[in-house]
Design a protein around this ligand. Structure first.
Ligand SMILES: Cc1ncc(COP(=O)(O)O)c(C=O)c1O
Length: 397
């Protein structure tokens, strides 16, 4: 039978990136006690008040069809949230989706044609490649330099722009590196995008996990700059902020003309979202809920724990994140790539981490360690990494 070319463009982008994770799950199912530090799944449950609201809404009959933009309750909660950041936001600027992933898919479908180019800092979140390839566009990598803390640099961005560039897909706080861009960096990046008439799609799924006490000081976004309003689309969700990835509840906020044009694309594919999840999301966005504050403190402390522990070994170089739920470690000095190191760590020490190669060419020598297990377990995982590094040094001697 004949298939559409999208199936070829996406073939191989799925399972290859997750091979270590899949192998770890297999070992765990066989009863081998693997320390699993692969995916970014929050280790807290959602707040009980949110579960209660979801259950209440289910029993109250909030199980009927919705509409393409989103239920009134959640749309107005989003207007309230984003109006604090830019004052002229209305419901015409908001679209709801089942998670950031589907928001990104529809947003990019609305902005890209085959042959277009999307600028993306490399390393990048593992699904971006497939998202971009879906439309027939090409991912154009802009190297994020380790010596620059993996921060996207405006000059490097400008050097990668061609006549086919249409979109900058950026992510702050950044997965996998944990880099959090400053407002000065974002101004410079925004200026480049204005000069070259690029859309900016900003994935802010880790917004509430920027480390530090005061989010308004640590987190910055192109969305907050009125001069970039006509070209900026933010996507996010409650997956990380409220430890609720299984609810699949996210959104896009952008220019009203953009949202009007995108609405039929979204409706064609999704036909609205679930009202009982919308009610729970509205509560998550409007009530003070502690989950993200607890995670922020835990993940920062655990990142420091790994960074301190690995100081004792010169061939493993942890790079302290500024936000998010991961820490990356440069293993290049062991003589192995990130993939080889991760495979050996799983096989010999039963610790599963993501190989950097799942996040682009620039991350080849990295591993990404998820901070979503207890401090004790992370300390144990760090010690097992050191054992592998010591064994490699002994083999090389
Ligand atoms: C950078 C980034 N964007 C998007 C997602 C997907 O988020 P959601 O659960 O809202 O679809 C993730 C999940 O790990 C992520 O790390």
């Amino acid at each position: 039978m004949r298939y559409a070319s999208i199936t070829e463009r996406l073939a191989g982008l799925g399972s290859g990136k997750w091979a270590i994770h899949i192998e770890a799950r297999k070992k765990a199912a066989e009863g081998i006690p693997v320390i699993q530090l692969t995916i970014g799944e929050p280790d807290l449950p959602p707040d009980p008040t949110l579960l209660a609201e979801c259950t209440r809404a289910l029993h109250a009959g909030r199980t009927r069809y919705s509409n393409g933009r989103g239920e009134a309750s959640v749309v107005s909660a989003l207007v309230e949230k984003y109006r604090k950041r830019r004052d002229n936001i209305t419901e015409r600027n908001v679209l709801c989706f089942p998670g950031t992933q589907s928001a990104l898919f529809v947003v990019l479908m609305g902005l890209l044609d085959a042959g277009d180019e999307v600028l993306v800092g490399d390393p990048y979140y593992a699904t971006y490649e497939g998202l971009i390839a879906s439309s027939g566009a090409r991912l154009s990598p802009v190297k994020l330099k380790m010596e620059n803390g993996f921060h996207l640099n405006a000059r490097d961005l400008e050097a990668a722009i061609t006549s086919r560039s249409r979109v900058l897909l950026m992510n702050t706080p950044h997965n996998p590196t944990g880099a959090v861009l400053t407002s000065d960096e974002i101004s410079a990046i925004g200026e480049v995008c204005r000069r070259h008439d690029l859309w900016i799609v900003c994935d802010e799924v880790y917004e509430e996990l920027a480390f530090g006490q005061n989010l308004s000081k640590t987190f910055a976004s192109p969305f907050d700059n009125p001069a970039l309003a006509e070209r900026t689309v933010v996507v996010s969700s409650i997956s990380k902020s409220h430890a609720a990835p299984g609810f699949r509840s996210g959104w896009a906020v952008g220019p009203s003309d953009f949202c009007d044009r995108l609405l039929p694309v979204s409706e064609t594919m999704l036909f609205g979202m679930q009202p009982f999840i919308a009610d729970m999301t509205a509560m998550a966005l409007t009530q003070p809920i502690e989950t993200s504050g607890i995670m922020r403190t835990n993940y920062e402390r655990r990142a420091r724990l790994i960074a301190t522990r690995l100081k004792s070994i010169s061939t493993l170089k942890p790079i302290m994140p500024e936000g998010g739920m991961f820490i990356v470690v440069d293993v290049g000095a062991t003589g192995l790539t990130g993939y080889e190191f991760a495979a050996r760590l799983l096989e010999e020490q039963h610790v599963a981490v993501m190989p950097g190669s799942s996040f682009g060419e620039a991350a080849r020598d990295l591993i990404r360690v998820s901070l979503t297990v207890s401090d004790d377990m992370l300390a144990e995982a760090a010690d097992r990494m050191i054992q592998i590094a010591n064994m490699l040094a002994a083999e090389a001697a």
